[in-house]
Design a protein around this ligand. Sequence first.
Ligand SMILES: Cc1cc2nc3c(=O)[nH]c(=O)nc-3n(C[C@H](O)[C@H](O)[C@H](O)COP(=O)(O)OP(=O)(O)OC[C@H]3O[C@@H](n4cnc5c(N)ncnc54)[C@H](O)[C@@H]3O)c2cc1C
Ligand code: SF4
Length: 343
Amino acid sequence: MMRLPRFRYYAPTSVREAVERLAASPGDAMFVGGGTDLVPNMKRRQQCPTVLIGLRRIEELKTIADGIGLTIGAAATLTSLLRYPQLRDTHRGLWQAAAHISTPHLRNMGTVGGNLCLDTRCNYYDQNYEWRKAINFCMKKDGDTCWVATSSPKCLAVSSTDLAPMLIALGASVTLADASGQRDVAVGDLYRNDGIYYLTRRPSELLTTVRVPDSRGWRSTYWKLRRRGSFDFPVLSIAAAVKRGPDGNVETARIVLGAVASAPLEIREAGALLVGRPLDDDAVEQAAEAVAKVGRPMDNTDFSLLWRKRVIRQFVTYALHEIRGDDVREVRRKLRTEDFIEI
Ligand SMILES: Cc1cc2nc3c(=O)[nH]c(=O)nc-3n(C[C@H](O)[C@H](O)[C@H](O)COP(=O)(O)OP(=O)(O)OC[C@H]3O[C@@H](n4cnc5c(N)ncnc54)[C@H](O)[C@@H]3O)c2cc1C
Ligand code: SF4
């Protein structure tokens, strides 16, 4: 049985108290939302904080509100996000991304902020301590070498958050706060393509809020490749959001590739190719080609990397077909990514 290491636990009731508590134990302390990522990592000794600052008692972080756009507290659970009235209609892609995260029990605990700060994953890293010790560890924790690419100067562990690609496609931003103040950053700028230093969030900063802009005129969708249809981390995902004008031509489009690098990647060229024209087969094919050209999955998650690369083109095509109103239910059913989830 894997046991947790010893740690002290604090349960602040305000953002100020939480960031001050963290500032009092720099280097040693981490925030914990639902703990569905951090606790298993601690058991495997991948992350070893001696102080945990729980966010579950901070009411201001749990609210979800709709005004001009959607404001989501970082400690809102994935279940509460999924149950938010009309989310499935107003932000379909966000609903789909959240609904495909882990299992109902884990979604009851897991939070939006925890999902955005989720650790990167790799077959050589997501193992227990003894397994990792047997290969002399790796660069991400306790070792020097990257076993995926031994000449790589940086870790190539994979960004595995389902919400981040979708929130980037929707043009969302987050607020980060610490004892000295707060700042807003676009979700796309929250990530760095580095498996160890994958967040631009400073260690002292608490992610407090996610802001999703007004969705009127937009359609969005999320396509996720995973081994098990019941639950599994993504090994490839496509998040797409498109705004069309009254003439049916695309005004703005964002396509984001998830789970193939250490950060979600927005393929701006693909979005730009769609602008000013209808979402016809030619446009879809060109955008799919542009995304497939950039996507280079690494050989450190599930499935063959060559096959995952081929699926990129297909998923972009499905996503854009779904956005333009084609019936893709049969494809989703076959891939077991249909919206079968009862929330
Ligand atoms: C079996 C299993 C399957 C899973 N499948 C998926 C999946 O398919 N897709 C997916 O995306 N995830 C998956 N997860 C991971 C996880 O359940 C979710 O990502 C969840 O949303 C994480 O949220 P949490 O609150 O539990 O994070 P925690 O474990 O509490 O925290 C995760 C990280 O975020 C930091 N953190 C948490 N909140 C904040 C904050 N507000 N500000 C700053 N830092 C913060 C923590 O310090 C930690 O580093 C899975 C987990 C398990 C165990
Ligand atoms: S990509 Fe390399 S350094 Fe990073 S976790 Fe995997 S083996 Fe370790």
